[in-house]
Design a protein around this ligand. Sequence first.
Ligand code: ZN
Length: 136
Amino acid sequence: MITLQDYFGDKPHPTEYNLNALTLLYRVNNLIAAYTTDTGKMPEINPITGSQVSGSKGGDGGFRLPTSTTGSSKSAHKLGMAIDLYDHGEHLDKWLDAKPDALIKYDLYREEPASTVNWLHLSSRKPLSGKRTFKP
Ligand SMILES: [Zn+2]
């Protein structure tokens, strides 16, 4: 289970972003639980972050500060509305390819697997295309 602490770390953020992140993590944790129920496997823990969050410790897999230069300047990570999950081997991506309805059920959007090798970007913010799986 991914916690607010896993997501924000020590990064200062407006209080209202806690609600964004709680909404995001509620959906993501439920999606992960569905993956585990379906496959009998737990998603791997990133040995660097010590959680299911991708990237480096204190890095940009969870919340991103307004000054972060990782990804898009208007990234949903900067609003507490997106997360990168560690997905070495693309297990979660392959499961979502086979079960695309899970994105609808948990009301999440993901970047296309080809753009996220060894991680999985999930967002609670609908992209302009409205597609559940979109090109960044
Ligand atoms: Zn991302």
